[in-house]
Design a protein around this ligand. Structure first.
Ligand code: SER
Length: 887
């Protein structure tokens, strides 16, 4: 009996031996289709090849595509566990031709594979064709030898496959397997077709048309093939089972569930095991492809599936988290075919465990509230929408979980009432926002959020993605198009552009649609809506257009490096200065980073150097940067740095990097930096390259600011500094290493020379030498010896020493010195101690200063100083002092 893994290989190898390239499954989050929530069939990754927009170096391909059908248009979630063939996650085997072979080859390949490789009994196979497709009917007849009554013509859309309202499409032929008359059901097209006797196993689509939004259709330039066969379904058939959940792979997961919950896999709880097995696959694969649980978009679908599984585990009596304990069994089963599963194993386990631990806290209380609420309802009754909303809002019960819980009791939910309660809550949130006065025109973004939904951010995993334009806003009003040269704000359903937050600047880049192009100059967000500020450079952007979005990669890389370096800097500061260091603000731009933190003193050069050395050591460590989603409490328990006083939601993103190497708080081997952060980061710390600080400054009271550079900017800065030192060395005729000593020597020498010059000036002044205003004659006025002198070439600060010398020389008397300092006047007066009771130096200075065009002046009775604007009045000033002394 072939295993599912063997069946997958047989399929892929068969087509490989027929010249098909084996192409990896694309991720579950479609990169090239903005309208799809999850990849839901094999052709999604090839969509643009069918329409001729894209070309690759193969024209034949085969894949086993991971698919999720939960949320969005194709939603099988409600039926999982209760039916034989519904899954939220499944694999679709397919072969594809892009303008290479068509029906004449696709049908024979299918027939050969089914009857020869898989060895199915030909007499059990029958097919459907589109009612007008004589050609396909003919090939089935001739090649497979099927009689007319086993080639059923169908006139409905069942045999005309299309992706959705738009995109490539075409007639299809489906292969069915007849399980025999003992099972109820009729052939396709009959009234009993929904029975289980005739089961569809393969769909072959003849891609030949493309549909457009207005309902029109065109013939594609080339004819192509897209086929899809569910691995689980063909697996059940080849393993002689009637139920997909009885195949080896699903059975292994069910047994793992039975083991961890200690419940018979086939007992009365078997529905729970089936739900758990299915949901384990979809949740694990979604996380492996970068989706993390959240309250919006894809992340919320993931959370809903997880919580649904957790309720079923709870019904099996599981007291502790169990889902995460099943991941190893899944990796054993599927890790070889999908290596991404093994790579993400620890992330998946940790996230499941945290989600389950957290949900358990409210699950029981929610379930008992639900029991009370439905106690009086009779079969067929409905739970009031408001109660369902309370379960959602307070206990974290997704609506479908409540519905699932009520289904067992034959009850439903008033979904209209639920929607109304939800709308009321949104209206309140909106009122709170507009009341906060944050942005007067924010209401337009709330309108858009309500009408179009919030934007799904893809930018943690990719810088390029396709989105659908959901709204255009120009000059504060919603418009339907924007033309060349116009400035417009674009909202899309999903985007790789990071919107400014947490100190990280918004992304810039380009958006292209069929025929138009716009430059994105900034990205911001309001109410979950990402606003792309754009200028249209070509053509016309129209609401509804599919758009290729491309973030400016180089700029984003620089921003990433700066942001990750900020985290390392934060930790290095705490290690060097102490645990009081807390973030007070930050900027992560493309050309620099800025970090404000609580600390009262300027940093010494040694501290700055230690911080720089630390950060660079962790850069060289080249550790992987890891992100996790958890509750704020769990994050704090982990030691994550959070912004003090910041309000966090139910869950936070935690970014960790570096392994502790001794210094600071953590023990060796512990994670170095753990921070709550929604920003984008490097993959490994080594990607930062190099880090250099530009010094520290005061930002506000008790807050210091460090600016720094990373990568090429840091290197350029360091290299410029190095060149400067080399030039200095040349100038100083010293080795670069000796420059500092040499400069210190020169400074000392300069100081000594300065002192010497001042001394000489004083001596010259005392000696009445050149330029010293005619020397210093001693006059006798009113019995007092008076010396007055106008000096040039000396500064105001030289005057007190000169005063003292004059006073010493005359023994008893009054001295007035006026220095000419570039046309202005510095004045000093001195009175020997024996005369201070008769005349005060302060009075003298005040008198002189007035004459010199100044004000004030002061000091002590024996020595006072002042200044004036105009030295040309020096003689007049001296004269007033003479008059004063004459008394
Ligand atoms: N696209 C078709 C399907 O999903 C065949 O692969 O059924």
């Amino acid at each position: 009996m072939p295993t599912l893994n063997e069946i997958r290989s047989t399929f892929l190898n068969f087509f490989e031996s027929n010249d098909h390239a084996i192409v990896d499954s694309s991720p579950l989050v479609p990169r090239n289709d903005p309208t799809l929530m999850f990849t839901n069939s094999g052709m999604v990754q090839f969509k643009n090849l069918f329409t001729g927009v894209e070309h690759r170096d193969y024209t034949r391909a085969t894949t086993s595509q991971k698919c999720v059908r939960a949320g969005g248009k194709h939603n099988d979630l409600d039926n999982v566990g209760y039916t034989a063939r519904h899954h939220t996650f499944f694999e679709m085997l397919g072969n594809f031709s892009f303008g290479d072979y068509f029906k004449e080859q696709a049908i024979p390949y299918a027939w050969d594979l089914l009857t020869k490789e898989f060895g199915l009994d030909k007499s059990k196979l029958l097919v459907t064709v589109y009612h007008t497709d004589d050609e396909a009917a003919d090939i089935w007849k001739k090649y497979a030898g099927l009689p007319d009554d086993r080639i059923i013509r169908i006139a409905t859309d069942d045999n005309f496959w299309s992706m959705g309202a738009t995109g490539p499409c075409g007639p299809c032929t489906e292969v069915f397997y007849d399980h025999g008359p003992e099972i109820w059901g009729g052939p396709p097209g009959s009234a009993e077709e929904d029975g289980d006797r005739f089961i569809e196993i393969w769909n072959l689509v003849f891609m030949q048309n493309e549909r457009f939004e207005d309902g029109s259709q065109r013939d594609l330039d080339m004819q192509s093939i897209d086929t899809g066969m569910g691995l689980e379904r063909i697996g059940a058939l080849l393993q002689g089972k009637h139920d997909n959940y009885d195949t080896d792979l699903m059975r292994a997961l069910i047994e793992a569930s039975a083991h961890v919950t200690n419940h018979d896999p086939d007992g009365p709880g078997n529905v729970h095991h089936r739900v758990i097995a299915d949901h384990l696959r979809s949740t694990s694969f979604l996380m492996a492809d970068g989706v993390m649980p959240s309250n919006e978009g894809r992340g919320y679908v993931l959370r809903r599936i997880m919580r649904r599984a957790m309720r079923h585990a709870h019904l099996l009596g599981a007291k502790d988290p169990v889902m995460y304990r099943l991941v190893p069994a899944l990796v054993t089963q599927m890790g070889q075919a999908f290596p991404e599963l093994g790579r993400a194993q620890s992330l998946i386990e940790e996230t499941l465990k945290q989600e389950e631990t957290r949900f358990k806290q409210t699950l029981e209380r929610g379930l008992s509230m639900l029991d009370d609420a439905v106690a009086d309802l009779s079969e067929g009754g409905e739970l009031p929408g408001e109660t369902a909303f309370k379960l959602y809002d307070t206990y974290g019960f997704p609506l479908d979980l409540t519905q699932d819980a009520l289904r067992e009791k034959g009850l439903g939910v008033d979904t209209g009432g639920f929607d109304a309660a939800m709308a009321e809550q949104k209206a309140k949130a909106r009122a709170a926002w507009s009341g906060s006065g944050e942005a007067a025109d924010a209401s337009i973004w709330f309108d858009i959020a309500e009408a179009e939904g919030v934007t799904d951010f893809l930018g943690y995993d990719t810088e390029m993605a396709e989105g659908q334009i959901r709204a255009l806003v120009r000059d504060g009003a919603v418009v339907t198009e924007a033309k060349t040269g116009e400035d417009v704000q674009i909202v899309l359903n999903q985007t790789p552009f990071y919107a400014e937050s947490g100190g990280q600047v918004g992304d810039t880049g380009v958006v292209r649609t069929d025929g138009a192009r716009a430059e994105i100059t900034d990205t911001r967000k309001v109410a979950g809506v990402f606003i792309h500020f754009a200028k249209v450079t070509e053509g016309t952007l129209t609401k509804g257009d599919a758009a290729q979005l491309e973030v400016d990669h180089l700029r984003r890389s620089r921003i990433r490096a700066n942001h990750s370096a900020t985290h390392l800097l934060h930790e290095a500061l705490r290690a060097a200065l102490g645990p009081h260091v807390a973030q007070r603000g930050s900027l992560n731009a493309e050309d620099r980073l800025r970090f404000d933190f609580s600390h009262t003193k300027a940093l010494s050069l040694e501290e700055l150097k230690q911080i720089e050395d630390d950060v660079n050591a962790y850069i060289r460590q080249n550790d992987t940067v890891e992100t996790r989603i958890m509750t704020p409490d769990d994050a704090r328990a982990l030691g994550a740095q959070a912004l003090f006083g910041e309000k966090y939601g139910d869950e936070v993103r935690v970014v960790s990097m570096g392994t502790h190497a001794g210094s600071g708080k953590g023990a060796d081997g512990a994670t170095y930096s753990i921070e709550l952060c929604g920003g984008t980061h490097v993959q490994r710390t080594g990607d930062i390259g190099v880090f250099v600080t530009l010094g520290d400054s005061a930002s506000s009271a008790g807050v210091r600011r460090i600016e720094a550079l990373t990568g090429a900017d840091a290197f350029r800065y360091l290299s410029e500094q190095d060149h400067r030192v080399a030039a200095l060395a040349l100038e100083l005729k010293a080795q670069p290493g000796d420059v500092l000593d040499r400069v210190r020597g020169l400074m000392d020498e300069r100081k000594a020379l300065g002192n010497e010059v001042a001394q000489l000036r004083r001596e010259l002044a005392m000696a009445g030498g050149a330029g010293q205003g005619g020397g210093a004659a001693v006059e006798e006025i009113g019995g007092v010896r008076f010396v007055a002198q106008v000096l040039s070439g000396v500064s105001g600060k030289d005057l007190p020493a000169l005063l003292d010398e004059h006073k010493a020389r005359i023994g008893s008397g009054v001295v007035l010195l006026i220095a000419d300092t570039d046309g202005k006047a510095a004045v000093a007066a001195g009175v020997t101690d024996d005369l201070t009771s008769r005349v005060s130096a302060e009075d003298i200075v005040k008198l002189a200063v007035v004459q010199l065009g100044g004000k004030g002046g002061g000091g002590r009775p024996d020595m006072a100083r002042g200044g004036g604007r105009d030295v040309t009045n020096a003689e007049a000033a001296i004269e007033t002092v003479r008059t004063l002394l004459k008394g």
